[in-house]
Design a protein around this ligand. Structure first.
Ligand code: PLP
Length: 269
């Protein structure tokens, strides 16, 4: 199986050499005033971009929160062009990034570490505290902006503690989401995910797809609830449904058959 070749395109310009320096040093997106989307691409004839309409919906919503309007048709064309030769059997990462300065699409092979994460992740809880105060809508909670400093810091701290990923807790100790994924768990024969409205939780496209299939409901959740659950998964576009193998060092059950089923839906197979 051959790897997808790296490619880069600029909205309004078209494809450029994949390693061309296309983002100016003073681009507003570099200081958080931009939005982005990360999508999974399955190679083939033609290649398939997983849940492209849902990602473009969120891309538009995020941009609108920042006061920008996206040309959806132009973005869709850019996506078709840059993904057109992903070889069958390969997986690629498509990243769309938009700011008032420059708008880019990049295609890269799926990192091996992301693929490994599909086998399961060890997770630690991290307090997120003040960023969840309900009277601060200006904090851009439901927008996928290029301001990922807190998310990156959480992943760094998780790794420092010997884990793969983190789950954010709000000021009341309830679980919100992971730095780049939503939480889904199974308990008492039903599927659950933390409430989203008014909280620091990004509405995930993977969660939305699985929630429909599983008739998942929203429920508040503390780490202790997850330790009593029949299983928990971190959901995101690239890693799909990653089973949580441990939480703060305590093991969680992992059902391989069930995970396989969730994973197929999660990665759009
Ligand atoms: N929550 C956050 C903060 C994210 O950054 C992401 C994805 O990047 C998700 C959740 C999962 O979203 P999706 O399933 O659309 O990839």
């Amino acid at each position: 199986m051959s790897a997808p070749r790296p490619r880069t395109a600029v909205l309004g310009t078209g494809e450029v050499p994949w390693d061309a320096p296309v983002v100016p040093a003073d681009d507003p997106g570099l200081r958080g005033d931009g939005v982005f989307e990360t999508l999974l691409v399955h190679g083939g004839t033609p290649p398939r971009v997983v849940r492209l309409p849902e990602h473009l919906d969120r891309f538009e919503r995020s941009a609108a929160v920042l006061g920008h309007r996206l040309d959806r048709a132009a973005w869709a064309d850019l996506v078709v062009g840059i993904t057109d030769d992903v070889p069958a059997g390969a997986e690629a990462v498509l990243r769309l990034a938009a700011s008032a300065g420059v708008c880019t699409a990049t295609l890269r092979p799926l990192p091996a570490g992301v693929r490994r994460g599909r086998d399961g992740v060890h997770v630690v809880t991290l307090a997120r505290g003040a960023s969840t105060v309900p009277d601060a809508p200006w904090l851009l909670r439901a927008a996928k902006t290029s301001s990922y400093a807190v998310n990156s810091a959480a992943l760094r701290e998780a790794r420092r503690r010997g884990a793969d990923d983190a789950l954010f807790l709000d000021g009341a100790g309830e679980v919100l989401e992971a730095p780049t994924a939503n939480l889904l768990w199974c308990a008492r024969g039903r599927w659950w995910t933390p409430p989203q409205a008014g909280r620091a939780v990004l509405p995930g496209t993977t969660l939305a797809a699985l929630a429909v299939e599983l008739a998942a409901r929203e429920a508040s959740c503390r780490p202790a609830d997850l330790l009593r659950a029949d299983g928990a998964w971190l959901l995101s576009s690239l890693r799909g449904a990653a089973p949580v193998r441990s939480l703060d060092g305590a093991p969680l059950p992992v059902d391989a058959t069930l995970t396989g089923r969730l994973q197929r839906t999660a990665v759009g197979l």
